[in-house]
Design a protein around this ligand. Structure first.
Ligand SMILES: [Zn+2]
Ligand SMILES: [Zn+2]
Length: 179
């Protein structure tokens, strides 16, 4: 038996990863705690990775658009049609991803100063599934994204300006500032 330094629970040695760096040959934290920590790191870096990709796309926008155009132009009309149908089918089968694109389009139409493609699941994980207005947990399949500074007031559609909100809070806020 060994006590995990993280959850302070005594567990069998099989519940610890081997670690050459430790005196007893096992890592100080149990497997569950290590997995939890790795997952948290992964999610934290995910926002950073999205930012990096966004910067790349912004700095290379002209080249990327040209590449896409060339690639599309090389296809026959029938292939283009198949490709578009495929895109539509994919969006229909991935409603949660589609919602990300719909939100982005809406922000662009609202002339938001910054428009990112926001992955709702990343925001949900970042905010710990809590409504930022009432601090209560919101189910993963029923949360809203709230613009802290509303789009109508010139707010960005960016990771730093969105928070998880429960539907009632979002509706209450929406009635106040029409976002
Ligand atoms: Zn533990
Ligand atoms: Zn709420």
């Amino acid at each position: 038996m060994k006590t995990c330094t993280e959850c302070k629970t005594a567990k069998a040695l099989e519940q610890f990863y081997r670690s050459a760096a430790s005196r007893d040959g096992f890592s100080p934290q149990c497997k569950d705690c290590r997995k939890k920590r790795d997952r948290a790191r992964y999610l934290a870096n995910r926002v950073e990775r999205v930012e990096q990709q966004r910067a790349y796309r912004r700095d290379n926008a002209v080249a990327i658009a040209k590449r896409m155009k060339n690639w599309y132009a090389k296809m026959t009309p029938a292939q283009q049609k198949t490709k578009l149908a495929g895109n539509h089918r994919w969006l229909k089968n991935h409603p949660e991803k589609n919602a990300n694109y719909v939100a982005k389009r809406r922000a662009r139409i609202a002339n938001a100063p910054v428009v990112e493609l926001i992955d709702r699941t990343v925001v949900y994980a970042r905010d710990g599934g809590l409504c930022h207005l009432c601090r209560q947990p919101v189910p993963a399949d029923a949360f809203h994204l709230d613009h802290v500074i509303p789009l109508v007031k010139g707010g960005e559609h960016s990771y730093r300006n969105v928070r998880v909100a429960c539907p009632p809070c979002n509706a209450r806020k929406g009635a106040r500032c029409a976002d």
